[in-house]
Design a binder for this molecule. Sequence first.
Ligand code: PLP
Ligand code: SF4
Length: 355
Amino acid sequence: MKREPSGTPVPGQKTEEWNDWRWQLKQSVRHPRHLGESLRLCTGDMDDLGAVVETYHMSVTPYYLSLIEQGRRDDPIARQCLPDRREIDAAAGGSEDPLDEERDTVVDGLIHRYSDRCLAMVTSRCAMYCRHCNRKRRWKTGEDVSPASLHAMVAYVARTPRLREVILSGGDPLMLGDDCLEGLLASLRAIPHVEVIRIGSRIPVVLPMRITPELCRMLRRYRPLWFNTQFNHPREVTGESARACELLVEAGIPVSNQSVLLRGVNDGLETMRDLLYELQRIAVRPYYLFHCEPVRGATHFQTDIATGRAIMEKLWGDVSGLCIPRYVIDLPGGGGKRSLEPASCHADDEGEKVN
Ligand SMILES: *Cc1c(COP(=O)(O)O)cnc(C)c1O
Ligand code: SF4
């Protein structure tokens, strides 16, 4: 059942408040003990969870919590947002920085790994802390990036002419206020060799009210601007999130999706197909399906490559080409992104060579 954007799922809750992103942030649940009784059933034993959030903090908007099917331990929405004791299981392994991003960090917070584009982590804050995040290592700082750091990132881009694209990432760049974000976009736009700006943000999925008409009016002035978000499950496509994406698209900003293949969330063919269909329906182009990396604190989300390949193989035969993302892995040790597509998806055997 899709809710309309104006509806509030919580009885007695004022609609204006519910639709106000500041209210959503203020009301976010930051400790498992503040979860309602019915949600506690999803998390199991409360005692251990305090220790989990001391290591990896928690923050979930009431909006995202409302998508959980209450009382189900294995709910795919709950899994993405509620702490799990396996996150601090010392025996679970995993690496803090599996992609070795620190190695390609050229100035604090800016990763320049591929020649023509770079990725700027412009804040370490997120509207929601996804339990599977591969930048969990950066949550600890919990601080905003200083204006001096932002300035240093822009200065690096300005003196590096081969950079034709800059990706704003984080954290979530839309956690910056409109003015700060606009300042950043304006300074990047003023650099002649920067042709394209990309924003990577999960806000349309976890706090869709943040995508306001005013924000979109501002963003459209800095086109060509591309927007990548992260829907992982069909139930995340709601009236609200569809509207957020529609506002962006109407502003001339193409929206693409980067999912992560997550055990117990979207590692089945049906779920993945439903997700891709939903995305196509709301004009969001599936771009990447990331293989889940061995991130410390998130190894319980990992699937094997065979699972991902089997799903991809079925999709190729079955669904519209416009729905099909590329299945990729970001190689450990900073090796970069590689295609994981099954060989039979292509005339050549590109997919076989990379392993
Ligand atoms: C993923 C990534 C990019 C963007 O790569 P695309 O294939 O263009 O989406 C850029 N820089 C870094 C460091 C990345 O990890
Ligand atoms: S929004 Fe992105 S950076 Fe933030 S916790 Fe989720 S996956 Fe990590």
